[in-house]
Design a protein around this ligand. Structure first.
Ligand code: TYM
Length: 339
């Protein structure tokens, strides 16, 4: 089992990142350790430059993201924790895969379409080529399991298509260069929605901070955000099917279920028939009990610059070593002379 995943160090990590992905990094890190596998988690700083950004801000958020991941339970002694910019093999393999990825495949990516909107001509080439770098990220380590939220599923399907075409075009059947990675997507929390609009994803780039719970929010702020979350005037139904046309209610119950480790029906067995006046305070308490300790550890770690730099340097050295055989194999399969 080889677990690989990445998170962009832009903005503050939020509840969607935690329930959709980070929590599973930690779970799979332990499974990988038990099976003598590997777990590599990186900060996708190279991806972050595909959109307009402030360099000083990117630098600071990269270190904050390391502190957050460690605070969430990622253990640099068990996992390889690093940033892409310190492992040039990511950018190298991206270029090698550019010859295999097709324009038509990238044109179909919904994230590209959403981010570019009507102004495709004005976007960076990096934003268009972004999914090829993401493919390189996982193929470089022969990833088998890639823990992500639902929004990254299409990018991983593309990574599989690229791997398959590269293997077909440049490798023999009995010695493929790349392993086809599988996404690992949680059932209950694959897509956490905004607290202000049940039709939009909770996102770091949404302008209103009230739309998300940040992992670094204090208890009061978390409770306030839950209290102000958009809902409807109905009481909660007694079964999940009753939430079908109620996106905001469904989102809050889904968050509760994911945090409590229960199914939506189990939560509704307890809260069905009650209004949000009763449910919201219970959700706020649960949030604070799960995220409060993470925030406390984050506050302890975030200013220890030396320790954070050391974690990244060590992780990068390991990642450079693990990536070498696959990178060499890709260069060689393409017939590139390197001396
Ligand atoms: P990013 O930084 O947007 O998000 C990091 C992880 O959090 C998940 N996620 C969510 N899950 C549930 N509900 C939400 N509202 C929500 N918002 C975000 C994402 O699915 C992701 O797993 N392109 C990636 C970073 C990346 C990557 C990779 C991931 C680069 N290379 C290779 C996996 C493998 C991204 O921008 O994630």
């Amino acid at each position: 089992m080889i677990v690989v995943s990445g998170i962009q160090p832009t903005g503050k990590p939020h509840l969607g990142n935690y329930l959709g992905a980070i929590r599973n990094y930690v779970k799979l890190q332990d499974e990988a350790e038990a099976q003598d596998g590997k777990c590599l988690i990186f900060l996708a700083d190279l991806h972050a430059i595909s959109m307009p950004h402030d360099p000083a801000q990117l630098h600071a958020s990269t270190l904050e993201m390391v502190a957050t991941l460690v605070a969430c339970g990622l253990d640099p002694a068990k996992s390889v924790l690093f940033n892409q910019a310190q492992v040039p093999a990511h950018a190298e393999l991206q270029w090698l895969l550019m010859g295999t990825a097709r324009m038509g495949w990238l044109n179909r990516m919904t994230q590209w379409k959403d981010k570019a909107g009507k102004n495709r001509e004005g976007q960076s080439v990096a934003l268009f080529g972004y999914p090829v770098l993401q493919a390189a990220d996982v193929l470089l380590y022969q990833a088998t399991h890639v823990p992500v939220g639902e929004d990254q599923k299409q990018h991983l399907e593309l990574a599989r298509d690229i791997a398959q075409k590269f293997n077909n075009d440049f490798a023999s059947d009995d010695a493929p260069v790349f392993t086809l990675p599988d996404p690992y997507i949680p059932e209950e929390a694959a897509r956490i929605m905004s607290l202000r609009d049940g039709a939009r994803k909770m996102s770091k780039s949404e302008p209103s901070d009230m739309s998300r719970v940040n992992l670094t929010d204090d208890a009061e702020t978390m409770a306030e955000k839950v209290k102000k979350a958009k809902t409807d005037p109905e009481v909660l139904p007694s079964e999940g099917a009753g939430l079908a046309e109620r996106p905001e209610a469904r989102n809050l119950v889904g968050i509760y279920a994911a945090l409590a480790g229960q199914s939506v029906n189990e939560v509704l067995r307890q809260y069905g028939g009650q209004g949000f006046g009763a449910f919201k305070p219970a959700l706020a308490d649960l949030l604070v009990s799960v995220l409060g300790p993470i925030r406390d550890r984050f506050v302890e770690l975030k200013d220890d610059r030396e320790a954070l730099d050391a974690i990244l340097a060590r992780g990068a050295a390991q990642a450079r070593e693990f990536s070498r055989p696959t990178l060499d194999a890709a260069y060689s399969a393409l017939g590139l002379v390197r001396g």
